[in-house]
Design a protein around this ligand. Structure first.
Ligand SMILES: [Zn+2]
Length: 196
């Protein structure tokens, strides 16, 4: 049982039988087996003989250096808002909100100087980055070559953009767009989640 409590549990994992424990919060029972209904960690209440799974969200507190994946939901004055749905390789059931600003871009900022933040990221983009600080807000770093936009969509027709030279191209309407692109651009999100 110890090994179960030491690691992250995924949704649908068989954890124990009804003879061993009662199914508690974060679990469900089927044909005498207790399964996890959330990503998290096992907690056993010995008095009640109850097995619970505590959601990962409550266990993961954003910290500087954590790698994240999120989507750009919009802009407010000097920042882009990011809904973070993955942190350090764990998919979050409830998103945290982070921001991207000029300070997120480091030296990459100089490359498109004058273009404003929208020259780097745009609505609905999926971005990969790391947390710089968590004071007041979660500020993200997308300056390194691994970081930046990993998936973007055409602003005219909504199709996924493909790499073309140093920029992005819509294969349908041929619109060219530019972003602060990650070297992982176009890789499946599932693969990136494992990296984060
Ligand atoms: Zn297009």
């Amino acid at each position: 049982m110890n090994s179960l409590q030491d690691r992250l549990i995924l949704v649908g994992e068989p954890l124990a039988t009804l003879e061993e424990f009662f199914p508690g919060e974060g679990t469900f029972e089927e044909n005498g087996t207790i399964y996890s209904s959330t990503v998290g960690r096992v907690l056993i209440d010995k008095d009640k003989r109850e097995l619970r799974v505590i959601p990962a969200k409550t266990l993961i507190t954003p910290k500087p250096g954590f790698r994240v994946i999120g989507s750009i939901t919009g802009f407010s004055s000097h920042y882009a808002n990011v809904e973070i749905f993955c942190m350090n390789g764990v998919k979050l059931s409830h998103e945290y909100t982070g921001i991207i600003g000029r300070e997120s871009l480091g030296k990459a900022y100089l490359r498109f100087r004058g273009g404003g933040l929208r020259a780097y990221v745009s609505e609905n983009d999926i971005v990969y980055g790391s947390i710089i600080s968590t004071t007041n807000v979660i500020l993200l770093d997308i300056s390194y070559k691994e970081y930046g936009v990993v998936k973007a969509y055409c602003k005219f027709c909504g199709n996924a953009l493909v790499m073309s030279g140093k920029g992005l191209l819509c294969p349908v309407c041929r619109t060219r767009e530019r972003r602060k692109i990650s070297i992982f651009y176009g890789e499946p999100i599932e693969k990136l989640v494992a990296k984060a």
